[in-house]
Ligand binder design. Structure first.
Ligand code: ARG
Length: 274
């Protein structure tokens, strides 16, 4: 009996020892140099022209923040990839996809037929239109009134396209700027009579710069625009993940939450397909 007891204790001891050994953590040096046990999610490099608040801008610490940043971060989380945002000048932003420097562009980019020839776009994630900013003593009442005036735009934007169409390609009255804030500075100092840019950005600027004494003018002549997230033409693998994540955050309320944070109210439920 005593023998049996001893044997049982010994056996138990062996089992415990074995268990203990199993649970022993791997040596630290080995864990650091060995490949990660779970495959790390792919990190995509995202280009954005971060001078376009409230969609993308840099905070005091130089961090890139804004509506687009929160939307794509939520999309990535939903679809299981990671994103690294890199401030990228608007001019050349689309070329950075072709060159492979950026995997994704989110930059309040309007989906246009012309751009669709060289890029692939996600489903639309935001509705926009052009808006005119003028000094508050201006007599401008509609877009056509800009025909003989000096107008500031950001080079290569839909605001540039619309204004060029109105004023004419040859006109020297269009002043093209590298960024929209630079165009708005010029409006403040009197170098141009108006700025044409996306409504969200103009409204944000006017609200945050009361000292500039601007007013805004909308015009039904401006075509409705829809923002999309761009990838290199043919990059369906990434595009599918983006669309899947986008559908996910639209369905689960995350998109509405982000929208409300930036624009005050949830967008209309029935969104016209782009
Ligand atoms: N929506 C306009 C366009 O696509 C302007 C976008 C400018 N975006 C920016 N981050 N600067 O042409």
């Amino acid at each position: 009996r005593r023998f049996l007891q001893t044997a049982a204790v010994l056996a138990a001891g062996i089992v415990l020892a074995a268990c203990g050994k199993k649970e022993e953590p791997a040596p630290v040096e080995q864990a650091a140099s060995a490949p990660a046990p779970a495959p790390a999610p792919t990190v995509y490099t995202v280009g954005t022209d971060a001078a376009y608040a409230p969609f993308e801008s840099q905070d005091e610490k130089g961090e890139i923040v804004g509506f687009d940043i929160e939307v794509l971060s939520a999309v990535a989380k939903k679809a299981g990839f990671e994103v690294k945002f890199v401030n990228t000048p608007w001019e050349g932003i689309f070329n950075s996809l072709g060159q492979g420097d950026r995997d994704i562009i989110i930059s309040a980019v309007t989906i246009t037929d012309e751009r669709k020839q060289t890029l692939d776009f996600s489903d639309a994630y935001f509705d926009a239109a052009q808006l005119i900013a003028v000094r508050d003593n201006s007599k401008v009442a509609k877009f056509a009134d800009l025909k003989k005036l000096k107008v500031g735009v950001q080079t290569g934007t839909t605001g540039d396209e619309a204004t060029t169409k109105l004023i004419g390609k040859a006109s020297t009255n269009i002043k093209r700027f590298e960024s929209t804030p630079l165009a708005l500075k010029e409006l403040e100092s009197g170098g141009v009579d108006a700025v044409v840019a996306d409504n969200g950005v103009i409204i944000h600027h006017v609200a945050n710069n009361p000292g500039a004494k601007f007013k805004t003018i909308s015009d039904p002549e401006f075509a409705p625009e829809h923002y999309g997230i761009a990838v290199k033409k043919g990059n369906t693998a990434v595009l599918e993940k983006i669309n899947q994540g986008l559908a996910g955050i639209k369905a689960d309320g995350t998109y509405d939450q982000i929208y409300a944070k930036y624009f005050g109210a949830a967008p209309a439920k029935a969104q016209a397909p782009a």
